[in-house]
Design a protein around this ligand. Structure first.
Ligand SMILES: CC(C)(COP(=O)(O)OP(=O)(O)OC[C@H]1O[C@@H](n2cnc3c(N)ncnc32)[C@H](O)[C@@H]1OP(=O)(O)O)[C@@H](O)C(=O)NCCC(=O)NCCS
Length: 334
């Protein structure tokens, strides 16, 4: 059986910086409230006309990952695209990447697992590599949240948290014992509507929304039960990290770098304390980007690597929790 290894990483975030102070001019909020509850100081938002879409941001991140991986784009056997904000309702954004990267008829698959999307994609890539079916897989996590958020006071509990951006990794077959040790995935669909975009959807088609002509209807904005999400997140993050460690007969003190999905700095700090990790063993960049959902782990992984915080031989743990609810972890011997 083959091993899979991350051999290149890249990220792209829009240039347009939106600070907490900027938000105070369009909604009733404050820098202090946002920082105290989430740790977020600023995020990036696509600007109308800047040419960025979920797919094009993914392409920009992917080009960097491919270059760093030192592989030819035509050697990519599969594109996995994790997002909750695809360019179109259908088809998925992966095929747009295939076209824009100009990789003839490369299969492309979208993964719809929100904040856990990157871990689900990594696990999927690992299986394709382990079976021998594919050798080089491009994974992208990308989100365009900003255009679909309620940027009025009514939506402040959700809209201050999310930002736009993309991260990408190239995963390849490896012959040595380094690389992905294991991945662990879970979901609990009873909580589907606790963090969801209800409509437009096949549950509530656009003509139905238009016909209802209900000015109170805000089902086309994301809905989040923040406290329920928070309570479940801290439990599930801890469980799924522990599950990964135990599966590999490892203990928390052997973690060199934990890269949690950047949901909320308070959640990351809770996990850090729970596992007794120091500040330099947990990578956080939510302060600068907010929650970029499927983009968050590959963006953070790229930055941690660029800042030389991950070394050969390190035990790197990735973990995520989010809408679905879904959650998962990945353990990597770097
Ligand atoms: C969203 C979150 C920051 C809200 O914090 P909270 O302590 O739960 O706050 P509440 O929702 O109870 O709101 C408290 C008050 O602040 C207000 N408020 C909400 N958003 C606000 C904002 N951006 N600015 C100022 N006030 C705000 C609320 O209206 C409420 O006011 P009230 O007491 O007058 O009704 C927190 O629940 C959270 O982080 N949850 C997890 C979210 C997450 O990680 N999501 C991504 C999952 S992948």
């Amino acid at each position: 059986m083959y091993n899979s290894k991350i051999i290149g990483m890249g990220k792209y975030v829009p240039e347009n910086v939106v600070t907490n102070e900027d938000l105070t001019s369009i909604m009733d909020t404050s820098h202090e409230w946002i920082v105290e509850r989430t740790g977020i100081e600023e995020r990036r938002h696509i600007k109308k006309g800047d040419g960025n879409t979920t797919a094009t941001m993914g392409v920009k991140a992917a080009k960097i990952a491919i270059e760093r991986a030192k592989i030819d784009k035509n050697d990519i056997d599969l594109i996995l695209f994790a997002t909750l904000s695809p360019d179109y309702y259908f088809p998925g954004s992966g095929v747009i990447v295939q076209h824009q990267l100009d990789i003839p008829s490369c299969p492309a698959m979208d993964i719809r697992n929100q904040c856990s999307g990157f871990i689900y994609a990594l696990s999927t890539a690992d299986q394709f590599i382990k079976t021998g079916m594919y050798k080089n897989i491009l994974i992208i996590g990308s989100e365009n949240h900003s255009g679909g958020l309620d940027m009025s006071t009514r939506g402040r509990g959700v809209s201050v948290i999310f930002g736009d951006g993309a991260g990408a990794v190239a995963v390849s077959r490896s012959d040595d014992d380094k690389g992905l040790l294991s991945t662990h995935l879970h979901s609990e669909g009873q909580f589907a509507e606790e963090l969801a975009l209800i409509g437009p959807s096949t549950n509530r088609w656009v003509p139905e929304i238009l016909e209802a002509n209900d000015s109170e209807d805000i089902s086309y904005y994301p809905n989040m039960n923040g406290q329920l999400v928070f309570k479940n997140a801290v439990v599930r993050f801890s469980e799924v990290i522990m599950e990964g460690l135990q599966h590999n007969q490892l203990t928390p003190d052997q973690i060199d770098m934990l890269i949690p999905h950047q949901a909320n700095l308070r959640i990351s700090q809770f996990i850090q304390r729970k596992f007794g990790l120091s500040d330099d063993q947990v990578y956080n960049n939510i302060m600068r980007y907010g929650n970029t959902t499927a983009g968050s782990i590959p963006i953070a992984l790229t930055e941690a690597w660029e800042e030389d915080k991950i070394k050969s031989g390190d035990l790197v743990v990735l973990a995520a929790f989010g809408s679905g609810f879904t959650w998962g972890s990945a353990l990597i011997r770097w």
